[in-house]
Design a protein around this ligand. Structure first.
Ligand code: IMP
Length: 183
């Protein structure tokens, strides 16, 4: 089976590819996909709207992913606006805003899958906190400032930590289990 991941983010694609690679019966392919994302506070709404467009374009099994960083003391900012906020102010901007505020945060991910008339959503989340400064060079986006709960390293310092605990890996595992069990 060929399964398309509609994304223009090469980091997201390589994380998904790594998880699916272990099973030869599903081939993951990237559908380079740029579109105007709707504005919403709901990852699910955004992902479902995007997968509709992607499916219309390709008419083959396809999934999209929408994710974000939700910081509790900032009323869940940047949340579904994470990509835009990252582009505008980056990790330093987030660190400046936080200063002495509570640093509890959660990464959330929603995957929306479409095939024929079927639509399915899968979720993953990872709780943690925002580091005091940027640490590490691996990963992307907010990885250098996110420390998963109970750990000392940021996601950007440890690929292993990210793989075991990240919001995206959890959602992809849920998608994978659906894909393999429905056959
Ligand atoms: P979107 O899902 O493409 O709207 O973008 C979500 C944004 O959240 C990304 O551009 C990153 O800035 C951030 N983000 C999402 N997942 C991760 C992650 O695994 N690590 C670091 N930043 C992430």
């Amino acid at each position: 089976m060929e399964l398309y991941f509609a994304t223009s983010n090469k980091n997201k694609f390589s994380e998904a590819l790594e998880l699916f690679r272990k099973n030869g019966s599903v081939q993951i392919k990237q559908l380079k996909f740029k579109h105007n994302e709707i504005r919403s506070d709901s990852l699910e709404e955004i992902a479902l709207e995007a997968v509709e467009k992607a499916y219309r374009k390709i008419k083959k099994p396809v999934f999209v992913e929408d994710s974000g960083l939700f910081i509790e003391s900032l009323n869940n900012f940047p949340g579904t606006y994470s990509a835009w906020v990252y582009k505008k102010i980056g990790n330093r901007g987030i660190l400046n805003i936080l200063k002495s505020r509570n640093r509890t945060a959660v990464f959330r991910c929603c995957i929306a899958y479409a095939n024929g008339n079927k639509r399915k959503v899968f979720f993953g989340e990872c709780s943690g906190k925002i580091a005091l400064r940027e640490r590490g060079k691996k990963g992307f986006g907010y990885d250098p400032i996110f420390i998963p709960a109970g750990k000392k390293k940021t996601f950007a310092q440890s690929k292993e930590l990210k793989k075991a605990l990240s919001h995206r890996y959890k959602a992809i595992i849920a998608l994978k289990s659906y894909i393999f069990n429905k056959k």
